[in-house]
Structure formats: structure tokens, C-alpha cells
Design a protein around this ligand. Structure first.
Ligand SMILES: [Zn+2]
Length: 318
């Protein structure tokens, strides 16, 4: 049984790129009769805002997207589904990861890291620090510089890309932030494991995140294996009209702004169809997009990561 999730971050208004990701995820799950969960990734409390949470529900409803698990609306989300209510789950994963012997305390400020780095990655200043500092600190995990994983990259319709992309996590990355909250990589993996997610659909801009999370899952032995056997769809991104990557700061391309300017869901469905190499002309509804997608199994290709990249297997070999 396919299990996937829509995992928006409530740090801005949803834009067209989010809509394409959600629709693609929905199409893939519905085609296989799977289970779709809505999970709002709000662990970064400093950037999360209630109006962005409300926007997520508003735009999902507008797009006609349904989900099988997760919050039914903003109030239900606040009452029962915020990541801040699952801190115990994240702490438990941190403890489990601690058994790898690779975690260390980091007291570096962003400025100190920027000054010491040569390649933009964490320079390893605190790598050997195992005693609990008395000052605010983050918790990082050691990643061998030579570790890498080949990740499948999905191709859609006319947007051809090359085969698997090598991706390395961003040096010794953060698991627990100095403000006392779990980092994105840890919280996202903990939720995916708890929810038994086996289909991850995300943009190619998150290849490094997938690599980091696979690295963590590889430290968990059997408990992390489900993530390694999951199917990953790293899909191409749509660009802003001037070629830039769309971001949440592009207010004009937010779904809310597009709606104000008269965009209809049908226009979004047609954008998705064109993006997937399907003929957008006859698409007038979500049902028609779904039928066209189901009739074109080659519209997108997804795969699992090469198992040879699993860090526990690599170290066993060494
Ligand atoms: Zn440090």
C-alpha cells in the first residue's frame, strides 16, 4: 500500500510550485489506491504563522485535493497535529541516533561558521566536542566527507533530466537547534518513519535534504530501512517567468494572488498537465486530469535510492 504525504511548511503563502507538487503527489497516490496524509511541517516555530496555516487549507480546498489522514482544518491542526506536539517523538529519534556515537555539541554562531568555512559547509569546529556545553548549543551529526548517495531524479514529460544525481548532505548537519527545537531533517524523517511513508514526492531543490535524511535513516539499522526502500520522486521545478526558482517571497505567484487575478483551478490543472507532457487542451477538471494521468504511466518516473549508498552497509564493507 502506497503511503505518501503533502508536507507544506507554513512559512509563506503557497505558490504555483507547491500546487504542482501537491497535485503530482495526489495523482500518484490516487492512481495506486494509496493513503495520502496532510502533514504541516511547523517545527520551525520562528517562521510559522497562523495565516500561512490557514492559507494551506484554503488553497488545498480550492484545488479540490483530498487527503485521508492529518488535520481537517486550522483549528484541528492547532489542537492535535502541530509538530510542536510531537517533540517526544523527535527526542526519541535523537536518542536513537546518539547510539551511532556520531553526535556532537556545537556552540558556533552562524557568523563564526561563515568566517571559518571554505566551501559553505560546516567547518567541523566542534566535531570532537562530547561534553555538554554551558552555553546555548546545537546538536550536529558527523558525516564522513566521502559519504555520498545516488538519488533518483524524476523526469516529467518534456522536461528531460539526466539519471540519478549524486547528492551529499551539507557537511555535519544540525539535528537539534540551539533554540531547543528539532531541525527540519530530523523532524521530517521522524514523521516519515512514524507514518510509514513509502513515497516521497519533492522538488529537486530538496535532493540534499533527502541525502541528509537517508544518512540519518542509515544510522538506524532496521528501524530506518523503510526510508531507504521508499520511492523518491525528485521532480523538476517550475521557474518564475524570468527563469528564477519560485519561492515564497514571490508574492505575485502565490496561489492567493493568482486567484485574485482571476486564475481558476482548471488553469492550474492544465499547467500540471503541460508540465507532465500531457495535452492540457481537453483538461477541464481534476477528474479529467486524473484520467489523463492514469492513462499515461510514463508521465513521470520515480525510483528508490541505490542501496549501495546506505551508510551502515558502507561502513560494514570498510
Ligand atoms: Zn560548532
Amino acid at each position: 500500500m502506497i503511503r505518501s504525504r503533502l508536507a507544506p511548511t507554513p512559512s509563506g503563502y503557497l505558490h504555483l510550485g507547491n500546487a504542482l507538487n501537491f497535485l503530482l503527489t495526489w495523482l500518484l497516490v490516487r492512481r495506486r489506491g494509496g493513503v495520502l496524509k496532510l502533514r504541516i511541517d511547523d517545527a520551525d516555530a520562528s517562521r510559522s504563522r497562523p495565516e500561512f496555516v490557514a492559507d494551506i487549507f484554503r488553497q488545498l480546498e480550492w484545488l479540490g485535493l483530498t487527503w485521508d489522514e492529518g488535520p481537517t482544518g486550522p483549528d484541528d491542526f492547532a489542537a492535535r497535529h502541530s509538530q510542536l506536539q510531537r517533540l517526544e517523538l523527535y527526542r526519541a529519534l535523537l536518542t536513537q541516533l546518539g547510539e551511532s556515537g556520531r553526535l556532537f555539541f556545537c556552540t558556533c554562531s552562524r557568523r563564526q561558521i561563515n568566517q571559518a568555512t571554505v566551501n559553505g559547509l560546516y567547518p567541523g569546529t566542534c566535531r570532537n566536542r562530547r561534553s555538554l556545553p554551558t552555553v546555548p548549543h546545537a546538536i550536529r551529526i558527523q558525516v564522513p566527507p566521502e559519504w555520498s548517495v545516488s538519488l533518483p531524479v524524476a523526469t516529467t514529460g518534456p522536461l528531460t533530466t539526466t539519471g540519478p544525481q549524486p547528492a551529499s548532505p551539507t557537511g555535519d548537519f544540525i539535528l537539534w537547534r540551539r533554540d531547543g527545537l528539532p531541525a527540519y531533517q530530523l523532524a521530517s524523517l521522524a514523521d516519515d518513519l512514524a507514518d510509514r511513508i513509502n513515497l516521497v514526492v519533492r522538488g529537486r531543490d530538496l535532493l540534499a535534504s533527502s541525502a541528509a535524511q537517508l544518512y540519518l535513516a542509515g544510522q538506524l539499522g532496521a528501524a530506518g530501512q523503510g526510508f531507504w526502500t521508499a520511492t523518491f520522486c525528485h521532480h523538476p521545478l517550475i521557474a518564475a517567468p524570468d527563469g528564477r526558482k519560485l519561492s515564497k517571497s514571490d508574492q505575485d505567484l502565490s496561489l492567493a494572488a493568482m486567484r485574485e487575478h482571476g486564475a481558476t483551478p482548471t488553469r492550474i490543472y492544465r499547467e500540471v498537465a503541460a508540465w507532465l507532457g500531457l495535452d492540457p487542451g481537453p483538461i477541464g477538471s481534476l477528474g479529467e486530469l486524473r484520467a489523463a494521468f492514469n492513462a499515461s504511466p510514463a508521465a513521470i518516473s520515480c525510483a528508490s535510492p541505490a542501496p549501495a549508498g546506505r551508510p551502515d552497509l558502507q561502513s560494514r564493507k570498510a
